[in-house]
Design a protein around this ligand. Structure first.
Ligand SMILES: [Zn+2]
Length: 220
């Protein structure tokens, strides 16, 4: 896989470091971290800042056990909260990123896609107990996806293939950290289908007939 060129926002990394992200967002962040040495480096810096802030806030040094926990994380000896493990990318190209496997299963080849429009397939994974959901979308190559905007924040990770939109080109491992002001209509690149996974804290708003079909399937 290519080295990702579009990375997590600093605010997203800090939120992740603090364990403050919703679980679905944390799963997407952790999946990018698995693929991106640059963001793993940034996360270590965010962890160090967080440790210092906690010390300042308490007006006293960290307890020995808390300091040990932070040190272990900084040295990569313990997993970061709440889902994760920032490991090297898996070697087998059929394997999903580790943080996504509890949601979707282990392998791309065993995903059970649902058709929601010409050339567009969808998978939805939910954690009912946590009220969280992740969407995985597979779009045929050279296809224009439905125009949509977002009610609030959305974090998308491109797993395979690529697309272009008003923000530029997005390839494997890249993340798109979008807010509600972004309306976009990605066009997938020629070659392999584009597969991305998205966490959203508000329903996406689609327009157009494919969009309406998708919306009814999603029951948004
Ligand atoms: Zn990155």
């Amino acid at each position: 896989m290519n080295v990702p060129v579009r990375h997590l926002d600093h605010a997203t990394l800090v939120g992740y470091s603090a364990g403050a992200l919703p679980v679905a967002f944390a799963a997407v962040v952790a999946s990018h971290l698995e693929l991106c040495a640059s963001c793993r480096e940034q996360l270590r810096a965010a962890d160090a800042i967080g440790a210092r802030l906690i010390e300042q806030q308490d007006g006293a040094p960290l307890s020995a056990s808390a300091r040990d926990a932070f040190r272990a994380r900084l040295e990569g000896a313990a997993p970061a909260p709440p889902v994760v493990v920032a490991e090297p990318a898996p070697v087998d190209p059929d394997l999903l990123p580790t943080p996504l496997r509890p949601w979707f299963g282990e392998r791309y080849s065993t995903l059970r896609w649902r058709a929601v429009g010409p050339g567009i397939h969808l998978l939805r994974a939910q954690d009912a107990a946590l009220g969280a959901q992740l969407l995985m979308l597979r779009t045929a190559s050279g296809k224009r996806m439905p125009m949509h905007s977002h009610g609030n924040n959305e974090l998308t990770l491109i797993l395979r293939g690529a697309y272009d939109d008003v923000l530029g080109h997005f390839g494997p491992g890249d993340v798109a950290d979008l807010d509600h002001e972004t309306e976009h209509q990605p066009v997938t690149s020629h070659g392999v289908p584009c597969i991305c996974v998205a966490a959203s804290d508000a329903p996406m708003r689609f327009s157009g007939w494919i969009a309406r079909a998708m919306q009814s399937v999603l029951r948004l």
